[in-house]
Design a binder for this molecule. Structure first.
Ligand code: SF4
Ligand code: SF4
Length: 440
């Protein structure tokens, strides 16, 4: 019945992969709702950005200690899961520890390396859990971090160390079996660094049958949890493990501080002025700025699904720091909330139409107008998310389409239109200050 084990393994894998792919496909559908976006497709630059921001995580190291811990979890998770290569080969060949019989003395060094990283990952995750639960770092206790977000972060921080423990359990049981000469291997000198320290003392008295069971518990526990996490990932903020690579690769190369101009306004003016080649009125944009998710550039929707909810943007935001209602993290999370609402609506009603409400059901005018457009949030984001684009697009909708600019702005606009300056004086009064009181 060995084949049943392997069939179950591949069924679990395909189920996890299928659920992951289906959910990502649905997210891509909602991202495709967005307007054309300024992105970079230069291959060399894309690779450079992926290395700097996703692999080396350059921006994270502005805060070295959390960055180092995060890096241990990130790199450790991928390194330790190289073990999955052997897991798949084992399942295909119906062997256990396929490479132990073929890599000779190199094999125990590889396993020891993975064990070392497994321990690093466990330590880093425990510190992260303590930071969230006991220390209570301010960034993680903001109003936008609701119960769901908080539990989502905690769930992964607990699940990842459990994954590591399953691997260490399998290695420990196997090491005792190797020492007893039950498990056939091709190395004589090497040892599994960590397992050889603890397993003989803890598991040494167990029978061969029990050790085999423990080894299988570790193997199955690790694999089922991995495939479960694969299915869960796109429903959580941890989708950034995948999307951040795409997001940083596509970051547009614009000068620092540059804002997107308004080609829509240019088009309207050219149309009304009858500029040649400007097209007819039927080609005019339906609306200015963004009222809802489909009005945003698609890169902003991708940004929303990439957000790690780390709060670095909010902790640098001068508006937030001076007690205003604005939090750039909340703005990005709200775009995702509205996109999720659209996905739920589509699941019930098909892909036609949008649910009632808009982005303004989540984001208030007060938040939008508190922004100074300083771009500190854009600079701070480790995965190159741009909360300011969302804020500006929504403000443009309020000012240009809904006629809901603040009173001071409306006054300034009308002064610009009538006087050619933001002030309430006619152009001929502009140089009056040069004249002496007698001349006036
Ligand atoms: S651009 Fe706006 S949201 Fe971003 S940091 Fe500056 S004030 Fe805050
Ligand atoms: S936008 Fe960037 S900095 Fe802000 S919470 Fe999301 S990932 Fe963190």
């Amino acid at each position: 019945m060995w084949w049943l084990d392997n069939v179950l393994f591949f069924v679990a894998f395909l189920l996890g992969l299928g659920l992951f792919s289906y959910r990502v496909w649905r997210i891509v559908q909602v991202i495709r709702l967005g307007k054309p976006s300024e992105v970079s497709f230069s291959f060399g630059r894309m690779v450079g950005k992926v290395v700097r921001y996703a692999l080396i995580q350059e921006k994270m190291f502005q805060r070295p200690i959390p960055a180092l811990l995060h890096y241990l979890v990130f790199a450790g998770f991928f390194i330790v899961n190289l073990e999955m290569v052997e897991v798949f080969v084992d399942a295909l060949t119906d062997e256990h520890r396929f490479f132990a019989r073929r890599l000779g003395e190199v094999y125990p060094y590889l396993v020891s390396f993975l064990e070392l990283f497994a321990v690093f990952v466990i330590i880093a995750c425990v510190i992260f859990i303590l930071r969230r639960t006991v220390v209570g770092v301010r960034r993680f206790r903001a109003p936008e971090i609701d119960r769901h977000s908080w539990l989502d972060a905690l769930f992964i921080l607990v699940a990842v160390p459990i994954l590591m423990v399953f691997i260490l359990l399998m290695n420990g049981a196997d090491w005792v079996l190797i020492e007893r000469g039950v498990l056939d291997v091709a190395f004589r000198e090497g040892r599994f660094w960590l397992s050889s320290l603890w397993a003989p003392a803890v598991l040494g008295s167990l029978s061969e049958g029990t050790l085999h069971v423990l080894s299988r518990v570790g193997w199955w526990g690790h694999n089922l949890l991995m495939f479960g996490l694969l299915a869960y990932l796109p429903h959580s903020k941890h989708l950034h493990m995948v999307f951040s690579f795409v997001n940083v690769a596509l970051t547009p190369e614009v000068p620092r501080g540059a804002m997107r101009p308004l080609p829509e306004v240019q088009k309207v003016l050219q149309t009304y002025l009858g500029v040649e080649g400007s097209g007819g009125e039927e080609e005019l944009p339906e609306r200015f700025g963004a009222k809802d998710v489909p009005d945003l550039p698609w890169k902003s929707i991708l940004d929303a699904f990439t957000c790690t909810e780390c709060g670095r943007c909010t902790s640098e935001c001068p508006a937030n720091l001076t007690g205003k209602k604005l939090s750039p993290r909340k703005i990005v999370m709200n775009v995702r909330d509205r996109a999720e609402e659209i996905l739920r609506y589509w699941a019930k009603n098909g892909r036609d139409g949008l649910p009632e409400g808009s982005l303004f059901s989540y984001i208030s005018r007060e938040e939008l107008y508190a922004c100074t457009t300083c771009q500190a949030c854009v600079e701070a984001c480790p995965v190159n998310i741009n909360p300011l684009t969302i804020i500006l697009e929504m403000r443009r909708y309020l000012a240009l389409d809904a006629g809901q600019a603040p009173r001071e702005w409306t006054l300034m606009f009308s002064n610009l239109e009538n006087n050619g300056a933001p002030w309430q004086f006619p152009p001929e009064a502009r140089v009056q200050w040069l004249r002496s009181p007698q001349q006036k």
